[in-house]
Design a protein around this ligand. Structure first.
Ligand SMILES: [Mn+2]
Length: 482
């Protein structure tokens, strides 16, 4: 007879060993060469537009939280991509004629730095690659008479063409527009400057991930997986959705995530049918499923993962049938994520399986081809099933044109280096008209992060169990620890 230890060693590990170091990945950042490379490509593009072209980028405005408090400051993704600068009240200028890179930053200020820590100042900006750097007055970007204001106004006035990465910082936008379009002039009449939307240019660049970015996203995914494992294993002990979200968020923050990629969605039972459920504060009823859509942001790069599991470690027969259907749809969608396929292929592959499956289960009625073509299944899957991920969780990049059935886009051909989610679901809320009550109150989504390679799709979050039996075993591991 084999010893218990031998059996234990022979059992396949349910979850592969974590690559996350015990201390986590605090303050990981991409190297200066990454930002310099991005600037070089942008410079080449603006140079090609003709003489007198400049690019203007602005940091994310500070977001007030309440009375005298601000939200944690997170840099604008485009600004970060081209500068690596993490500070607020910053402006970057690129001159297409000379190639000069200028940073306009906050002033060094011992009093302010006592509150929020050291600032770059002129020296720090130059250390980050700027040829020249100037400082604003405290809290101002472009409306005063500081050295940085003067440089900004001079540069804007001298330009013929301004490539502007507008991030909806309205006061700053006004300052650019005031120069680009003096009173009474427009892009096509009266003015002597052309304003170009830089966002579309950066979106194209950002849609193909560089190797260093892919490595950072892999790290973010691994940290998120640890958070999901903590929430799943903990759930037999949890009585409230808040504990599920808390297990995830506590874990990822302890492993180096300063930010979440988005607000955690942790809904039990019927709450799982609310697609972006924002409350995470309700009791977990016995026998319910828990749907958690949660991702860490690491080194400014995001991840986006959803798992759905039975709170007590056992799917009911109805939960299991719907879960297996979503999983099958996800696998079919992932299989379509290869170079040359249009983005929409994964949605049609997954949608067809969901549609046919809902007919087989009697939840939708009629001819399968008709049900699919008329998009009747969208009643139970009202969201898109794939989006780009990167610096933003819904990352920059076009999805191409729509077609006769799906008007919102999807013709964009996939290329190696693209990173996207695959996230089908089925949501049957309580009170769903014409649906047998046994199916009601069930919300399921399964979401993974997929890298397109020349050899096909690679599921970066595959380490986190997806198959129903594996999910049950994982949650039951938590039962043992009661
Ligand atoms: Mn997503």
């Amino acid at each position: 007879m084999r010893s218990a230890l031998a059996l234990l060693l022979a059992a396949p590990a349910l979850v592969a060993q974590s690559p996350v170091p015990p201390g986590g990945w605090h303050h990981v950042r991409l190297p200066a060469s990454f930002f310099a490379g991005n600037r070089a490509r942008l410079l080449q593009a603006i140079k090609a537009m003709g003489p007198g072209t400049i690019a203007v980028l602005k940091s994310m405005p500070v977001q007030p939280a309440n009375g005298d408090g601000d939200r944690a400051y997170r840099q604008d993704s485009d600004f970060y991509y081209f500068t690596g600068v993490e500070e607020e009240n910053s402006v970057a200028l690129l001159d297409g004629d000379t190639g000069k890179y200028t940073l306009l930053v906050q002033p060094r200020d011992p009093r302010m730095e006592t509150w929020t820590g050291p600032r770059l100042g002129v020296e720090g900006a130059k250390a980050l690659g700027a040829d020249e750097a100037f400082t604003f007055n405290e809290g101002e970007t472009g409306k005063g008479d500081s050295p940085a204001d003067k440089e900004l106004q001079k540069t804007l006035r001298a330009a013929k063409r301004i490539v502007f990465m507008d991030n909806l910082d309205m006061p700053f936008r006004d300052r650019v527009l005031d120069v680009a379009y003096p009173k009474g002039t427009t892009n096509w009449g009266g003015g002597d400057k052309i304003l170009v939307d830089g966002r579309a240019m950066s979106a194209e660049m950002r849609s193909i991930k560089q190797p260093a970015e892919i490595e950072m996203i892999k790290k973010a995914v691994e940290v998120s997986i640890e958070g999901h494992l903590a929430a799943m294993k903990g759930s037999p002990r949890f009585t409230n959705e808040g504990q599920v979200a808390g297990a995830f968020e506590g874990t990822v923050r302890s492993l180096g995530a300063r930010f979440l990629a988005y607000e955690t969605i942790a809904g039990a039972g019927n709450d799982g049918c609310t697609l972006h459920y924002p409350f995470n504060d309700q009791p977990i009823a016995p026998g319910s499923l828990i749907l958690m859509d949660a991702g860490a942001e690491l080194g400014f790069y995001t991840s986006d993962i959803t798992r759905t599991w039975p709170a007590n470690g056992t799917f009911s027969p109805e939960q299991r049938k719907l879960y297996d259907l979503v999983l099958k749809a996800q696998d079919a969608g992932i299989a379509e994520m290869k170079p040359g396929n249009p983005h929409i292929a994964s949605m049609y592959a997954a949608g067809r399986i969901i549609s046919d499956g809902l007919v087989d289960l009697g939840i939708l009625k009629g001819d399968k081809d008709e049900v699919f073509k008329k998009m009747e299944w969208k009643r139970f899957l009202p969201h898109g099933v794939s989006h780009w991920i990167g610096l933003d969780v819904h990352d920059a990049g076009s999805y191409g044109q729509g077609d006769a059935i799906y008007r919102r886009g999807g013709s964009r051909k996939l290329e190696p280096g693209m990173l996207l989610t695959m996230e089908p679901g089925i949501y049957i809320p309580k009170g769903a008209e014409g649906v047998d009550p046994k199916w009601q109150g069930i919300g399921i989504r399964i979401e993974d992060d997929i890298l397109v390679t020349k050899d096909g799709p690679v599921n970066l979050s595959a380490r986190l169990p997806r198959k129903a039996e594996d999910v049950e075993r994982l949650v039951r591991e938590g039962l043992k620890k009661r």
